[in-house]
Design a protein around this ligand. Structure first.
Ligand code: SAM
Length: 226
């Protein structure tokens, strides 16, 4: 499992999510005080998906975005690095794949959704290039993730709060306080929501819209592939 200052690689990520998979849905609801479902519904509703659209739910975990897209008449494929997360997902179309090397042809998706995934990719820039490759021109990217709040005081408080909450749930659910502190650890090396919007623009995405929650600690982004 990655420690502070150490960039996560794919094998460490797989090991971590193999351990947390059976508790993942519970911990996501607990960490967000139930807001996770609302954020995900907003991300999908405001993407204005047309029935029949081809959707990639990347780093799908237990498949929430796939289910929301299917409810709107779309055809979703869930892709994730961790087999045990995919097993929990029970989706009709799922594939074990690394975001850095997606097993899909160019331009084959109308939209890509990513929930709490980008922060965990070993390198963000090649993953963004890969996502743009599999999107058709003018296809949509929509993401939900943790970000570093821009305000320095709130940033320290927010990250400290995630440490305490992560340690509490890690101890309660696994007897291992460090297991969920991967969230503040990965966040420490990540970006603010505004910086992520800039990175999207630098990697060939336009019309970038951002909505922040929790003082910028959580954000939704929508963008269009050029
Ligand atoms: C925090 S979970 C998010 C699950 C789900 N998207 C959600 O919104 O609840 C992060 C997921 O990213 C996956 N993941 C991490 N690195 C990945 C990579 N390089 N490629 C594909 N999936 C990855 C993990 O296996 C894990 O299932």
């Amino acid at each position: 499992m990655p420690r502070a200052g150490e960039k996560a690689d794919s094998s460490r990520m797989r090991e971590l999510f193999t351990t947390v998979a059976p508790r993942y849905d519970f911990i996501t609801r607990a960490f967000s005080y139930g807001m996770d479902a609302t954020w995900k519904a907003q991300l999908v509703n405001e993407s204005h998906l047309k029935p029949g659209s081809r959707i990639l739910d990347l780093a799908c975990g237990t498949g929430d975005f796939s289910r929301l897209a299917e409810e709107r008449g779309c055809h979703a494929v869930g892709a994730d690095l961790t087999l045990r997360m995919l097993e929990q997902a029970r989706l009709p179309r799922r594939v074990c794949a690394d975001a850095m090397r997606l097993p899909f042809p160019d331009g084959c998706f109308d939209a890509v959704f990513i929930g709490y995934g980008v922060r965990n990719f070993p390198q963000m820039e090649p993953a963004l290039d890969e996502i743009r490759r599999v999107l058709r021109p003018q296809g949509a990217l929509a993401t939900l993730d943790f970000f570093l709040p821009a305000n320095a005081v709130w940033r320290r408080l927010f990250v400290a709060y995630l440490w305490v909450q992560g340690a509490f749930w890690g101890l309660m659910l696994h007897g291992r306080p460090r297991i969920y502190t991967y969230i503040p650890r990965s966040l420490a090396e990540f970006l603010s929501a505004a910086e992520f919007a800039g990175a999207l623009e630098a990697h060939g995405f336009g019309q970038v819209c951002t909505r922040r929650f929790a003082g910028g600690g959580i954000a939704l982004h929508w963008a269009v592939a050029s």
